[in-house]
Design a protein around this ligand. Structure first.
Ligand code: NAP
Length: 484
């Protein structure tokens, strides 16, 4: 099954921070893949902008090198690569001064989509917004894209929102959470609202609890300074895990339109109870056979920044009252795995007797790796020895089900950047959503600070601190395995 490509209208895209890591590793490779897919018209223009005094040819060389590294198979085709590079330009420019801005303004074409991607640190968002406005570059077709972290807490997120709102309408602001661009995350909504099978059971009457796990094997190398100020709660829970929680828990929106979806997500965040201190476990990876511990990596022997969080959340609304949501995320864990497990309740009565044991259905939605869905169902164990029950997986790997051309699902940035061009904000966070997520996160962090909380050490390559297991065991439950 080959996916259909719907061409977009001509556009100019300016990437502030075009020479930076994110632009080179994610944004430009995503644009290149969409170019290869034939999604662009001929006269698209992509302009990298940063302070470095590169010529356009030098910038094209930098981009070509990144594409060879990140899209090796397609960038070997020299004709395709040179077609893409012809559409790339570069303007040396400083967000903090007037240098380069008149040059940039002169290159943009009127009457076409114009997107400004802020692939720079958040302290530059305000200066960039002001200069885009001052140089009269805002048209009715203008969009801006901003990256995480969107604030460090509620106050800073409010300030950022106010800064952007001074220059752009909310309908022009695209706040990226790249988790929302992942195919399976979008599939969460389709599985729930496109099938009759699941939604009637999607509530506290039938669901015992839900687990959301985002486990990473990587550490924080190269991001030490940022991470030390952030920690897992700010870096992962406030945004990515919160977004997954919203999509799994929200009421059906009336339609798949930006405000309808985001209104429902916002209601979930606002219905979250404050997290009880004994319902949250912080961890920090310790030195182990496979490498340094967190404190050695950041060079701070007293660091109390968490590289792991597990918590139990409650959503106080009609649908979810009494069904806990367990969230966990961490660095340097045993496997890379992002998965949502919807754990259903046992059948109310077993006609097979005590010896048949307890069996409950579980729906696992794998976001990565091997995106797909598994439904655990109970069947009779084959053989003549009576009625013994076993659980078997009904397993659907999307790559297998959809055929070889879909082995390699599009990267989240491909979808999101094209949505910016199409003007579709459904998969982007609205300002009030971000603020509500910080309003829930801030008291947790403030509580740690007030109590002088020190994260529990855990071994690199493990499943996290033992206390996270206890969090579940106290409730008579178990985490599902991290290893896919
Ligand atoms: P980076 O590698 O440090 O790149 C920063 C870019 O900004 C460079 O191109 C730099 O070039 C440019 N820049 C710095 N100061 C500037 C100024 N005054 N005027 C114009 N350009 C300026 O950072 P990054 O990793 O790409 O991250 C960019 C943003 O995305 C950050 O907010 C980060 O938190 C966020 N983010 C990054 C990732 C990732 O995987 N890297 C993931 C999610 C979010 P010059 O020095 O030549 O000006």
């Amino acid at each position: 099954m080959v996916s259909r490509v719907i061409p977009v209208d001509p556009f100019d895209l300016v990437i502030f921070g075009g020479t930076g890591d994110l632009a080179q590793r994610k944004i430009l490779p995503a644009l290149f893949r969409r170019y290869c897919a034939g999604q662009w018209p001929a006269d698209v223009q992509i302009i990298g902008a940063a302070r470095g005094n590169h010529s356009p040819d030098k910038f094209r060389e930098i981009v070509a090198r990144s594409l060879h590294e990140h899209v090796p198979n397609r960038s070997k085709d020299t004709e395709t690569l040179s077609g893409f590079l012809q559409r790339i330009n570069y303007v040396p420019l400083d967000a903090m001064s007037e240098n380069g801005w008149a040059n940039l303004a002169g290159r943009l074409k009127d009457d076409r989509i114009r997107a400004f991607y802020f692939s720079v640190g958040p302290s530059l968002f305000g200066p960039l917004a002001e200069r885009i406005r001052a140089h009269d570059m805002v048209t009715k077709h203008t969009r801006i894209v901003v990256e995480k972290p969107f604030g460090h807490d509620l106050d800073s997120a409010r300030t950022l929102n106010a800064t952007l709102a001074a220059h752009f309408d909310e309908g022009q602001i695209y706040r990226i959470d790249h988790y929302l661009g992942k195919e399976t995350v979008q599939n969460l909504m389709v599985v729930r609202f496109g099938n009759m099978l699941f939604e009637p059971l999607w509530n506290s009457q039938y669901v015992d609890h839900i687990q959301i796990t985002v486990a990473e094997t990587v550490g924080i190398d190269g991001r030490e300074e940022y991470y030390e100020r952030s920690g897992a709660m700010r870096d992962m829970v406030q945004n990515h895990l919160m977004q997954l929680l919203c999509l799994i828990a929200m009421e059906p929106p009336a339609k798949f339109d930006p405000d309808a979806v985001r209104d429902e997500k916002l209601k979930v965040i606002r219905a979250l109870d404050p997290v009880e201190p004994h319902h949250i476990v912080r961890g920090q990876f310790a030195p182990g056979p496979d490498g340094l511990g967190y404190r050695e990596v950041v060079g701070n022997p007293r660091s109390t920044t968490e590289s792991y969080v597990a918590l139990k959340a409650h959503i106080s609304n009609w649908r979810w009252a009494g069904t806990p949501f367990y969230l966990r995320t961490g660095k340097r864990l045993v496997a890379r795995s992002s998965v949502i497990n919807v754990m259903f309740k046992d059948a109310p009565h077993s006609i097979f007797g005590e010896e048949a044991g307890r069996h409950a259905n579980a729906l696992s939605i794998r976001l990565q790796p091997n995106e797909g869905i598994t439904l655990k169902v109970t069947i009779k164990e084959p053989g003549p020895g009576g009625m013994r029950l076993i659980d078997v997986p009904l397993d659907m790997s999307f790559a297998e089900a959809l055929g070889p051309e879909n082995q390699d699902p599009p990267d989240a940035y491909e979808r999101l950047v094209m949505d910016v061009i199409r003007g579709n904000q459904t998969l982007f966070m609205r300002g009030d959503e971000v603020e509500a997520a910080w309003a829930w996160t801030d008291p947790v962090i403030a509580g740690w600070q007030a109590r002088g909380d020190v994260p529990k050490p855990y071994e690199s390559g493990s499943t996290g601190p033992g206390d996270a297991e206890l969090l579940m065991k106290r409730d008579g439950r178990l985490w599902q395995g991290i290893k896919p």
